[in-house]
Ligand binder design. Structure first.
Ligand SMILES: *[C@@H]1O[C@H](CO)[C@@H](O)[C@H](O)[C@H]1NC(C)=O
Ligand SMILES: *[C@@H]1O[C@H](CO)[C@@H](O)[C@H](O)[C@H]1NC(C)=O
Ligand SMILES: *[C@@H]1O[C@H](CO)[C@@H](O)[C@H](O)[C@H]1NC(C)=O
Length: 200
C-alpha cells in the first residue's frame, strides 16, 4: 500500500492538487474501505434476520438514478454532495437504532456514523445560501424528518448499497487517485479481516 502511494503523492504534488480537498478524500477513502461489498454483505445481510427492513423516508432512498436526474437539471455538485451527506447522516443512525450495542453489526455502523460526522465537519457550505433550491428543499425534508413524509421499508444492505454507489458517482473524479471507484475491493479485504473476525 505504502509503495503505491509514493508515485501517486508525487504526481499530485506536481499537478498542484495536493491542497484541493485532502481531508475530504481521506474520509471518502476510509468510507470506501469500510463499504466493500464483502462487509456490506456480512454486516448488513448475513447478520440480520431474513428480509429484515428499516423504515426510512422516501427521500432517504437516494439512488444513482436520482443523481443522474439531478445532474441533468444542472444541480451543482456541492448540492449533490450535501444531499448524499444529509441522507446518509440520517439513514445510518436509523440502522444503528435497531441494534443493541452487543450486536455484531453495531460497531460497523457506529464506525460509519463517525466517518459521516467527520465528513459533515468538512462541509460548512451545506446551507440554504449555497445550495440549489430544489435540493435544499429535499435536504430540509430529510433533516426535519417531517412526520407527514411517507415511509418505506428498505433492507439495510440496500441502503448501504445506495450509499456507496452514489459516493462513487460523486467522488470518483475529485478523489480519483484515492483508488475510487470500486477496483480495490479485494485488496482491502485482508486488512479488514481482523476487524471482522474480532467481533464480540
Ligand atoms: C423473503 O423475500 C422473498 C422475496 O423478496 C420471498 O420470496 C421469501 O419467501 C422471503 N423470506 C422470508 C423468510 O420471509
Ligand atoms: C429519488 O427518486 C425517487 C423516484 O425515483 C423519489 O421518490 C425520491 O424522492 C428521490 N430521492 C431524492 C432524495 O431525491
Ligand atoms: C466517474 O463515474 C462516472 C459515472 O458515474 C463516469 O462517467 C466517469 O467516467 C467516472 N470517472 C472516472 C475518473 O472514473
Amino acid at each position: 500500500m505504502q509503495r503505491g502511494y509514493v508515485p501517486f503523492l508525487y504526481s499530485v504534488a506536481v499537478l498542484g492538487l495536493a491542497a484541493a480537498v485532502p481531508e475530504e478524500c481521506t474520509i471518502i477513502e476510509a468510507l470506501q474501505n469500510k463499504l466493500t461489498y464483502q462487509q456490506r454483505l456480512q454486516y448488513m445481510k448475513h447478520y440480520f434476520p431474513i428480509n429484515y427492513t428499516v423504515n426510512v423516508q422516501f427521500e432517504e432512498v437516494l439512488r444513482p438514478s436520482n443523481i443522474t436526474r439531478l445532474r441533468e437539471q444542472d444541480v451543482s455538485e456541492l448540492s449533490l454532495r450535501c444531499l448524499w451527506l444529509s441522507v446518509n447522516s440520517q439513514v445510518l443512525p436509523k440502522i444503528r437504532a435497531v441494534l443493541l450495542e452487543k450486536h455484531p453489526s453495531w460497531e460497523y455502523i457506529q464506525d460509519l456514523c463517525v466517518l459521516f460526522e467527520q465528513l459533515d465537519e468538512e462541509y460548512e457550505d451545506c446551507n440554504q445560501g449555497k445550495m440549489d433550491t430544489t435540493v435544499w428543499d429535499v435536504v430540509e425534508q430529510v433533516l426535519t424528518g417531517d412526520a407527514g413524509s411517507s415511509r418505506k421499508p428498505v433492507r439495510p444492505k440496500a441502503l448501504l448499497d445506495n450509499c456507496v454507489k452514489v459516493m462513487r458517482m460523486l467522488y470518483n473524479e475529485s478523489c480519483a487517485s484515492r483508488s475510487l471507484p470500486g477496483q480495490p475491493e479485494r485488496r482491502q479485504l485482508p486488512a479488514h479481516g481482523g476487524a471482522i473476525g474480532g467481533g464480540n
